[in-house]
Design a protein around this ligand. Structure first.
Ligand code: AMP
Ligand code: MN
Ligand code: MN
Ligand code: MN
Length: 301
């Protein structure tokens, strides 16, 4: 046996994998190829692009990663409505040509434009005119207008100092620009991923406003639907949440994932490939992936 396989299996925890980030195909600011180059320059050896509800950037991402000699994992981040909350499910290693997935994502994207018009109307009622058109100026993909694009426009207008403040004052639930929306169901999203030969991973659980009982119910239902992994080391988590969700990964026998959730320079506080390793107490999502063995062979000692 050679060493590539042995290295990966012996120490998959030390692999610089970044399995969650965005390009301008959804609400990131860079092209898929630019995200690929930045990940590679930062030392990422196994990389996944996970745009919201959209697989349109994966061909470019895959090609650029191949040119750079970086292992690519096709991904997506699906918006789900569960118990009145918006939950995100990451799909990794998806066959992104599969009809059920492509059609399901298209349906999920469908309501975005009318929601965005309603957000524009709601913001106009609090004195901010032209926000729908303003947000569209930031969109890389007209099918995917997101709250993030509104946030960038409100920063440009000088209404808020940064994107975070826009969410706090205008775009979070209960705030004047918030429009409730119904996304895919948890069961559907997991089924689309699984039927496209992918692995379904619960994204950044630390971001959901759920108490212990709610979190338990969510993860239980996710597992019953066929979910296999959970993000533990995430750009959206604090170090104490790494510990908290590592424990939940063990309790539910879920694999653990690592991803920056990078959206763009200057906007994301966590860089591609810069997070700590997964804790030794969990099993990485990639523990038995052949791609991980290839990536480990590329990793400098
Ligand atoms: P949408 O899918 O249009 O509802 O937009 C959700 C996106 O908004 C997420 O993927 C994040 O990129 C961004 N977002 C949500 N909450 C915040 C926040 N508090 N601060 C900054 N960005 C946020
Ligand atoms: Mn986003
Ligand atoms: Mn997310
Ligand atoms: Mn994300």
């Amino acid at each position: 046996m050679t060493d590539a396989t042995t290295v990966a299996l012996a120490d998959p925890w030390r692999l610089n994998a970044d399995l969650h980030c965005h390009s301008y195909i959804s609400d990131g600011t860079l092209a898929p190829a630019e995200v690929a180059r930045r990940a590679h320059a930062n030392g990422v050896r196994m990389w996944s692009l996970t745009d919201h509800d959209e697989v349109g950037g994966l061909a470019e991402a895959s090609q650029t990663a191949a040119e750079l000699g970086m292992v690519f994992v096709p991904g997506v981040e699906i918006s789900v409505t569960w118990g009145g909350e918006t939950i995100h499910i990451v799909g990794l290693r998806i066959d992104f040509a599969r009809d059920e997935l492509v059609e399901g994502l298209a349906r999920t994207r469908n309501g975005r434009d009318s929601r965005a018009r309603e957000i524009g109307d709601a913001l106009a009622r609090v004195g901010i005119e032209g926000a729908y058109e303003g947000a569209l100026n930031y969109v890389g993909n007209p099918a995917l207008v997101s709250r993030t694009h509104f946030a960038r426009f409100l920063v440009e207008r000088g209404v808020c100092a940064d994107v975070r403040e826009v969410f706090q004052r205008f775009l979070s639930e209960g705030k004047p620009g918030y429009i409730p929306h119904r996304w895919a169901s948890l069961t559907e999203a997991v089924a689309w991923i699984r039927n496209a030969s992918g692995m379904a991973v619960l994204a950044h659980p630390g971001r959901y406003r759920l108490d212990d009982t709610g979190m338990w119910a969510l993860i239980d239902e996710f597992c019953q639907a066929g979910g296999q992994g959970i993000e533990v080391v995430s750009g959206s988590h604090t170090p104490s949440q790494y510990v908290q969700f590592a424990k939940m990964a063990r309790q539910f026998d879920l694999r653990a994932s690592r991803g920056s959730d990078f959206h763009g320079p200057g906007e994301s506080h966590v860089e591609l490939g810069s997070l700590p390793d997964l804790p030794d107490s969990v099993v990485p999502v990639w523990a038995d992936w052949p791609e991980a063995a290839r990536a480990a062979a590329l990793q400098p000692a």
